[in-house]
Design a protein around this ligand. Structure first.
Ligand SMILES: Nc1ncnc2c1ncn2[C@@H]1O[C@H](COP(=O)(O)OP(=O)(O)OP(=O)(O)O)[C@@H](O)[C@H]1O
Ligand SMILES: [Mg+2]
Length: 254
């Protein structure tokens, strides 16, 4: 069997936040591998570094110490333009504190994040509506965020990530504002994306239900990696099933 190339490889990764004259350490000497098509959950107490690690993998925070390889390429040497290209075309974000535009309807909110992708208005609308349907919000497509519940708004934020058809979904506490049943639906949906389309889902969560969907659980404490638990018995889409991408960034052409 061919060896699957890791999607992310963290090597001796450390990170601190500058705070006035002091530095707040957030991650220490982390070595970690994430495989394509797998769902990985970062778990650990508040302040353990889960969101920081997600932001580094999402190319939002810079690499300070150590390195992260994304599909074999070091993120350290990438220009802002290259990073933007990856963020735009390969990564879908579901933030802990989701931000929606109040003046736009749900479908317009989803469409907004498809700009710069070269889609026609019709294609954008189609993608956005499909994504809203996938999260069970087809009927609310023309409502504005303030006319929706917290859970519905969170699902719009999830649809926004799905509509990009990303290679990787990065989700910070995606079920935090959802009731148990809706949370379960959303986790099933994210899990299916991995199994059927090879999408890699990386999430941070305290929620045991959300964690139960992950193939790999990475436990953090005070920025240290405590344990990596693997549930290899669960099915993961083989690399051959990963949908081919047409809009490869030149530097990562395979
Ligand atoms: N912008 C910031 N400036 C300074 N320190 C920060 C900043 N963001 C996070 N930190 C610190 O970095 C450490 C890791 O924070 P992080 O947000 O990654 O934790 P977390 O595991 O996501 O926590 P939570 O479960 O509460 O979301 C904490 O000590 C936190 O106080
Ligand atoms: Mg967090």
């Amino acid at each position: 069997m061919d060896k699957v190339e890791p999607l992310f490889q963290c090597k001796n990764l450390a990170f601190h936040y500058p705070l006035g004259t002091v530095e707040v350490p957030a991650l220490h000497a982390l070595d970690l591998t994430l495989s394509p098509g797998q769902m990985t959950c970062f778990a650990g107490p508040s302040g353990s570094g889960k969101s920081t690690l997600l932001r580094i993998l999402g190319l939002i925070e810079p690499i300070q110490t150590g390195d992260v390889l994304y599909r074999g390429t070091s993120l350290k040497g990438l220009s802002e333009k290259q990073k933007n290209q990856i963020r735009r075309t390969e990564l879908g974000f579901i933030f802990q504190h989701f931000v929606l535009f109040d003046t736009l309807t749900a479908v317009e909110n989803v469409e907004y994040f498809l700009k710069h992708r070269g889609f026609s208005a019709k294609e954008k609308r189609e993608r956005a509506l499909n994504a809203l349907n996938a999260v069970g919000l087809g009927a609310q497509a023309r409502q504005r965020p303030r006319q929706m519940s917290g859970g519905q708004r969170q699902r719009v934020a999830i649809a926004r990530a799905l509509a990009k058809d990303p290679r990787v979904i990065i989700a910070d506490e995606p079920t935090a504002s959802l009731d148990q049943a809706t949370g379960q639906q959303i986790m099933s949906l994210l899990s299916e994306l991995g199994k059927t389309q090879g999408v890699t889902v990386v999430l941070a969560s305290h929620d045991p239900m959300a964690m139960s969907f992950a193939q790999q659980i990475v436990r953090l404490k005070d920025g240290h990696l405590q344990a990596v638990e693997s549930r290899s018995k669960l099915t993961v889409a083989p690399a051959a099933h990963v949908a081919p991408r047409t809009e490869e960034a030149p530097w990562c052409a395979i």
